[in-house]
Design a protein around this ligand. Structure first.
Ligand SMILES: Nc1ncnc2c1ncn2[C@@H]1O[C@H](COP(=O)(O)OP(=O)(O)OP(=O)(O)O)[C@@H](O)[C@H]1O
Length: 568
């Protein structure tokens, strides 16, 4: 929590200072009201002094009005500060998640990252809101009301002090019991998000295989767990306010009882007793307010620590991209030197002692069957994963030494599964280079064989894609991602099994484009079928994470015609 407050709240020191001033003024008005009321009763009403009643009544109204004004101002600034803290925290979370190293991203998982950015930030912000209201108000009210109460009648003040330890003790007990439950509630919420996400993503399959009932049951189980835990927490928390109210009411009864005997003995006036009751309420309310803030503390701390766990990712590059990188890696061979890679927890390596050379300005194809390690090799090359052993060099530069963002700026990448974003076709293509000119945009669309398709659309390249690009066919989506890589003009272009959704004609056309592109770029593509990439200049065959052969199509098939068609 401390780190969170330092990071997100300390930039708002000035408005917080203003809030504290307003709260202080509001507290002073609240403390003054019972005193004014005591004067009205004891000097005005008891002595039937109408002018005194009118005068002090007007003062009371003015003070109460000022109090309301200060309360409105402090509430306005508190909302402003807390909303801004929330906005900053969510933004920072989003930026961090967008740059999170792949293994960290997989370690956290999408659902918890969503919960941490939305629900957890809300929890912390609600707490900060309470804290800002209470942190200044409670001590001022407590100390101010206490001094005034003792000044009025020290004996009666003892009656107020007696229940205070009881209040603190009950809050401490409830908060202690609730803290572990808060952790479990947050984890269960992650599970709920995961279940919803999986169901939404797999809706078609669920409906097709008639698994709606099972999914409903799965969700019901997770939801019941969440319900049970939330209920336990709420049950504990519901004790808090009634317990406080009970203690408060008993204390007021005791004050009236002791106070009335003091009045009979002539040691206290009626107006003073009335003011005293109000101070007692202010004292106890300030303790209750502080206790409620304290009780919310564990819940908010759990949320803040969950957010800071993500934000603490120190190895995230925030440097601006060094654009000379493209020159540095252009026309260079890429060497894999004894590269092995194990996924976390995996017993077998996904890549094992891989030694290979990617030839510069050539079409390099990595061929292998399902699970042979092609995508892993591309991911390692993209620096989403670091090799567990061995090294990768680009010319004389070590890939490990290159800054992640710099390196990725030198690479255009088309993934196995098309990833498109909300926006127009143009937005999605320009994702590859926001600064591209219109001519470059149209060239990229042309090269990806999208121009004809776009001509037929009413809004051309400004056509808006529906979520997950559901208004595009598989092949059209794939071509948009290919255009995105082309517009980047990157010196290294990687295509991870990206041709599978394309028709024969488009694949053939792309082959010519690739050959043209080799003037400026090195092409790396993966495929399961050697026949699809027979035009490649250099083919690398992978089997169970190992390189088993390299050469041209002719060289490889001359050795054994059927060998590679089987896959790894
Ligand atoms: N994120 C991951 N975590 C753990 N293991 C993984 C992960 N991704 C892949 N693997 C494992 O690594 C091995 C290589 O997988 P990879 O995806 O690289 O194969 P591939 O050759 O691209 O297969 P395909 O052609 O079917 O896409 C497989 O055994 C797979 O189970």
């Amino acid at each position: 929590m401390k780190e969170f407050l330092q990071k997100f709240v300390s930039p708002y020191e000035k408005p917080i200072f203003i809030i504290l001033i307003f709260i202080l003024l509001q507290a002073v008005t609240q403390l003054a009201l019972p005193l004014i009321m005591a004067v009205i009763v004891d000097e005005g009403i008891v002595n039937n002094n109408i002018s005194q009643i009118l005068l002090m009544g007007s003062v009371m109204l003015a003070v109460a009005g000022l109090g309301v004004g200060f309360a409105i101002l402090s509430n306005y600034y508190i909302s402003k500060v807390t909303q801004r803290v929330g906005r900053d925290a969510r933004e920072e979370m989003f930026h961090t998640i967008a740059r999170l190293p792949r293994l960290k991203f997989e370690f956290f998982g999408e659902s918890t990252l969503t919960t941490r950015t939305t629900n957890d930030s809300m929890q912390v912000i609600q707490f900060i809101n309470t804290l800002l209201r209470v942190v200044a108000m409670a001590p001022i009210m407590f100390i101010g009301a206490m001094i005034l109460a003792i000044w009025m009648n020290p004996t009666l003040s003892l009656v107020i002090l007696t229940p205070l330890p009881l209040i603190v003790l009950s809050v401490w007990f409830i908060a202690k019991k609730a803290t572990p439950l808060f952790h479990q509630v947050r984890d269960q919420l992650d599970h709920i998000h995961l279940a919803i996400r999986e169901t939404l993503d797999g809706m078609k399959i669920i409906q097709l295989y008639q698994k709606t009932k099972q999914e409903k049951q799965r969700f019901k189980d997770i939801n019941s767990n969440y319900y049970g835990l939330s209920l336990s927490v709420n049950r504990l928390m519901t004790f808090l306010t009634p317990t406080m109210m009970l203690i408060l009411n008993f204390s007021i009864l005791a004050i009236i009882w002791v106070g009335s005997s003091l009045i009979s003995s002539g040691n206290l006036q009626v107006g003073q007793l009335m003011a005293f009751i109000q101070y007692a309420m202010q004292i106890m309310f300030s303790v209750v307010m502080a206790s409620v803030a304290l009780a919310a503390f564990p819940r908010a701390t759990v949320s803040a620590s969950r957010m800071m766990e993500v934000l603490d990712e120190s190895n995230i590059s925030k440097e601006p991209i060094n654009e000379t990188i493209r020159k540095q890696v252009s026309h260079k061979s890429i060497y894999f030197n004894d590269v092995s890679f194990y996924y976390p927890g995996a017993e077998k390596p996904a890549l094992f002692n891989v030694n290979l050379t990617i030839k510069p300005n050539k079409i390099n194809a990595i061929v292998g069957g399902t699970g042979s390690g092609k995508s892993t090799l591309i991911q390692v090359l993209l620096k989403f994963y670091n090799p567990s052993d061995g090294s990768i060099d680009i010319g004389s530069s070590s890939l490990r030494e290159l800054n992640d963002s710099d390196w990725r700026y030198a690479v255009g990448y088309v993934p196995q599964k098309s990833q498109l974003f909300t926006g127009t076709i143009e937005d999605n293509v320009r994702f590859g280079d926001m600064k591209a000119t219109n001519q470059e945009l149209f060239n990229a669309l042309d090269e990806a064989k999208l121009s004809h398709l776009i001509e037929e659309l009413p809004n051309k390249h400004q056509t808006v894609l529906k979520p997950k690009a559901s208004n595009m066919s598989g092949g059209q989506k794939q071509r948009i991602t290919v255009a995105r890589a082309f517009i980047s003009n990157a010196p290294i272009l990687m295509f991870d099994d990206s041709m599978s959704a394309l028709d024969y004609q488009t694949s053939n056309y792309l082959r010519e484009v690739f050959q043209k592109k080799t003037k400026e770029s090195t092409i790396i593509m993966t495929n399961q079928d050697i026949n699809t990439v027979k035009y490649a200049d250099h083919i690398i065959i992978l089997e169970k994470g190992k390189v088993v052969a390299t050469g041209t199509y002719e060289e490889l098939t001359a050795k054994d015609n059927n060998f590679y068609v089987k896959g790894g």
